[in-house]
Design a protein around this ligand. Structure first.
Ligand SMILES: [Zn+2]
Length: 435
């Protein structure tokens, strides 16, 4: 009996020590050395030293004498440093394991929130391993995203910092998952219901508002506009009245056109946008989040997900239109942010989107900006996130190779990640992250 008690006490001590260790950013001063550092402020440093204190960046320097006495030092001089990356379109709480024989859609048909959030910690770790330390999560069920965000902020779950929307707003009968039911919490028709649904998400604790302005999800790539311009305007005005930004989903050009005219802060996915809409986005500073790579993921994994035969052709035809729209928008000077639309088992592949951006005409540096300074601006956090500079949160990524010459370096060679001044991934000796 006593022995058992001792074992339990020891276990509790272990558990609480572990939890404490992650509870807040380490107060200890740290110094991180990089061979090269791209700071997202227009400078590439050689032999950079980043001094970190209380989870924030105190200084960036090349002067070794600036390292405070007693600082914990990380020698990453073999690697290139980057700011922690930002993915502005994820669905973290739609994580699925790969239980053989059970299609992913079936696993998601009736999610128990506590189980889903617990499982989602795996996707959260994979996201960090891709160098992504911040996400904007655009659509969850039963406020699982709010629970997950708060667990991560409290240090009870290891994962990227989350900015969440609660339920996305849907019109009645929009298909969501063919094998499931649409999340009732977000259904809103007509201006009064739209206003109520926006207020409801804000009251629940949402950081941002999401509205589904067209059909299209999973293996359905139709892009029929669902909300009216008037309804979109109402959602935008109410979100902005509470100081929140709003992302409007549209697979097709009509929803995108009205989303832009209504004043949305970002338009998600849209293909075939007309010239006038693209010009208007450039003029207003509306962000475009193309999410090109998620259809590649669906093509690669559709059988496992449980899509009906014929999906590959449909999705394959969508990708070049999506890419072409991104190319036109980029050329016209539209601000672009990286969103993967990661869902199910896609976590960890978040930054593959950057490869498409290079195909759309960006240099690797321009592509990196979509996942750093641009994304931070879209979050309204451009003074805290998306750069390596004094006063910013200490989110750092070390990659092997030169990401400014080859974007694949960022996609495949992430070796080490710090978030809020705490090391969360260390693959330098082939050691997997703490699970
Ligand atoms: Zn999405």
């Amino acid at each position: 009996m006593r022995k058992a008690w001792i074992a339990v006490a020891m276990l509790l001590t272990l558990v609480s020590t572990h939890a404490l260790a992650q509870e807040k950013p380490s107060a200890k001063i740290k110094a991180v050395r990089f061979g090269k550092l791209w700071d997202a402020k227009g400078k590439v440093w050689t032999n950079a030293i980043v001094v970190v204190e209380d989870g924030k960046i105190r200084a960036v320097t090349t002067d070794a004498s600036a390292i405070p006495a007693g600082a914990e030092t990380f020698d990453l001089s073999k690697y290139t440093g980057l700011p922690g990356l930002i993915d502005v379109h994820t669905h973290m709480t739609f994580y699925t394991d790969e239980t053989p024989g059970v299609p992913l859609l079936k696993q998601m048909a009736n999610p128990v929130p506590a189980v889903e959030v617990f499982l989602a910690r795996k996707g959260a770790l994979r996201t960090l391993e891709a160098g992504v330390t911040t996400v904007r999560d655009l659509g969850a069920d039963q406020y699982m995203d709010i629970a997950m965000r708060d667990l991560i902020n409290r240090g009870e779950m290891i994962g990227p910092r989350m900015f969440v929307c609660g339920y996305g707003l849907y019109i009645t009968a929009t298909p969501f998952h063919k094998e499931g039911t649409p999340p009732a919490g977000g259904i809103a028709d007509g201006v009064p219901e739209v206003l109520r649904a926006v207020r409801q998400q804000i009251a629940a604790g949402a950081d941002v508002i999401k509205m589904y302005g067209s059909t299209g999800t999973d293996d359905d790539v139709t892009g029929f506009e669902t909300y009216t311009l008037e309804e979109m305007k109402a959602a935008v005005e109410m979100a902005h009245q509470f100081g929140k930004k709003i992302a409007i989903h549209s697979y097709g050009p009509d929803g995108a056109r009205d989303a832009v005219r209504a004043g949305a802060d970002s338009v998600e996915h849209a293909t075939d946008m007309d010239e006038a809409t693209i010009q208007e986005m450039a003029r207003r500073g509306t962000f475009y989040v193309p999410t090109i790579d998620h259809n590649r993921y669906y093509i690669d994994n559709g059988d496992k997900i449980g899509y009906a035969p014929g999906f590959k052709e449909r999705l394959q035809a969508f990708i070049p239109r999506n890419l072409e729209t991104a190319r036109k928008a980029f050329k016209a000077g539209v601000k672009i942010a990286m969103g993967s639309d990661a869902i199910y088992t896609m976590f960890g592949e978040n930054t593959r989107e950057l490869g498409w951006f290079v195909k759309a005409g960006m240099t690797p540096e321009q592509a990196l900006r979509t996942a750093t300074s641009n994304a931070a601006e879209l979050l309204g956090k451009e003074k805290e996130l998306g750069a390596v500079a004094p006063g910013y949160l200490a989110d750092l990524v070390a990659v092997e190779g030169n990401p400014l010459a080859d974007i694949d370096v960022t996609l495949n060679n992430v070796k080490w990640v710090m978030k809020d001044g705490t090391v969360v991934v260390d693959h330098r000796q082939g050691v997997p992250a703490a699970h």
